[in-house]
Design a protein around this ligand. Structure first.
Ligand code: PLP
Length: 394
């Protein structure tokens, strides 16, 4: 090697002699990720093109437009953050919270706590309104908390993946306007699969993920911000304290200027474009109906097997069903058995529900009657041997 500098010998201690990657086929019926659509996987495998290539720039606009359709919003600032759902979650707060702003967070599960943690890191005065894990907030409870705390932002989780609860949204947006506060909504486990009408519900800030109802692998975090939230961003006294997630900078790339901000994960956006196109081809209403029908089939089947669901039917999420683990059953052993013996992933409980529930996801590409039948058959034929606490050899 021609060099003027003498180099030390290369340290080989971390070098591993590996074969090509090999991953098992899994049916992902847990809280996410769910299986990606095969057409999305093909799109991900395409050769990258430049992130400022005019063809890529056109694709960016397609993604933005289809996200607006999927969210039912006209928000100008709608784009996928380069990161998982949590990046878009953090972006909603990073852009709008100024030190000392009161952020009221509805905590009825794991992800409300994450919102509260993030808001605190942006030096908000964080106030909580709490419910048991498995319940939703009533309009009266939210109004009382708005009057008590007078927040700048109310943050709620529409679809709580940790509990399987869908928060009813009627009237909340109007309340927030009456009390002069922004409404921020987590739609990670609802977008594309459960009715979401951001503009109609008067939601000012929302985020989601790629790996659930959109049938894409994890890696992008759809983000949207309405005019009232934009006005709060414009009125900031200081810079957004997070360079990567600063929407005013990002919009120079995603808006008409097309100025470099960071090298976009182009293949993830190929996948997102295809995922959104497939969803639009199906039609939002049809996707919602499919998710509902398959969830109802699952609920009826579990009921026939004598299993109890954690959430009352009127609050149940079609995308994520929480099943109480029967007395005397080792829930973890059964889900490990499903994974090791049948290649099916089912989730366990988080936080206060750890060890108490299974979480079954029917999201996007995975929401099919065949998958429901396959899982119900296994619950019927193989759960009994776990009831006595006798684990079947995996
Ligand atoms: N919010 C909810 C309701 C979620 O279910 C998740 C993840 O599953 C997130 C936020 C965070 O998304 P991610 O794990 O993609 O960062």
């Amino acid at each position: 090697m021609a060099t003027t500098q003498s180099l030390p010998p290369v340290d080989q201690s971390h070098k591993k002699d590996l074969g090509p990657i090999s991953t098992p086929e899994r049916l992902l019926l847990g809280p996410g990720p769910s299986n990606a659509h095969p057409i999305v996987l093909q799109a991900l495998a395409r050769s990258p093109i430049g992130h400022l290539d005019p063809l890529y720039v056109e694709l960016m606009s397609e993604v933005q437009e289809l996200l607006r359709y999927t969210w039912q919003t006209n928000n100008r600032l709608t784009l996928p953050m380069s990161g998982t759902g949590s990046s878009a979650m953090e972006a909603t707060l990073a852009n709008t919270v100024e030190p000392g702003d009161t952020v009221l967070v509805g905590v009825n599960g794991y992800f409300g706590n994450r919102l509260a943690d993030m808001a605190g890191r942006y030096r908000a005065n964080v106030q909580l309104i709490e419910k048991n894990w498995g319940e939703a907030f009533s309009l009266e409870e939210l109004e009382a908390a708005l009057i008590e705390h007078r927040p700048a932002i109310l943050a709620l989780v529409h679809a709580e993946t940790s509990t399987g609860v869908c928060q009813p949204m009627d009237g909340i947006g109007d309340l927030c306007r009456q009390h002069n506060c922004l409404l921020l909504l987590d739609t990670v486990t609802s977008l594309g699969a459960v009715p979401v009408f951001l503009d109609d519900w008067k939601v000012d800030l929302a985020y989601s993920c790629s790996q659930k109802g959109l049938s894409c692998p994890p890696g992008l975090g759809p983000f949207t911000m309405g005019p009232r939230a934009e006005a709060k961003l414009a009125a900031r006294s200081g810079k957004v304290p997070n360079w990567y997630l600063d929407v005013s900078l990002l919009n120079q790339y995603w808006g008409s200027d097309r100025v470099y901000h960071h090298t976009a994960p182009v293949n993830m956006n190929f996948g997102m474009r295809e995922a959104l196109r497939l969803l639009a081809d199906e039609g939002l209403e049809n996707s919602w109906t499919r998710h509902r029908a398959n969830a109802e089939k699952l609920w009826a089947g579990l009921d026939r097997l004598g299993l109890k669901l954690h959430v009352p039917e009127e609050l149940r999420l079609p995308t994520l069903t929480t099943v109480s683990i029967p007395e005397g059953v080792d829930g973890k052993a059964f889900s490990l058995h499903l994974l090791n013996k049948h290649g099916i992933e089912v989730g366990g409980g988080l936080g206060s529900l750890a060890g108490k529930i299974w979480r079954i996801g029917l999201m996007g590409y995975n929401s099919t009657p065949e998958n429901v039948d396959r899982l119900l058959n296994l619950f019927e034929s193989e759960l009994p041997s776990f009831r006595q606490g006798v684990a079947v050899a995996a």
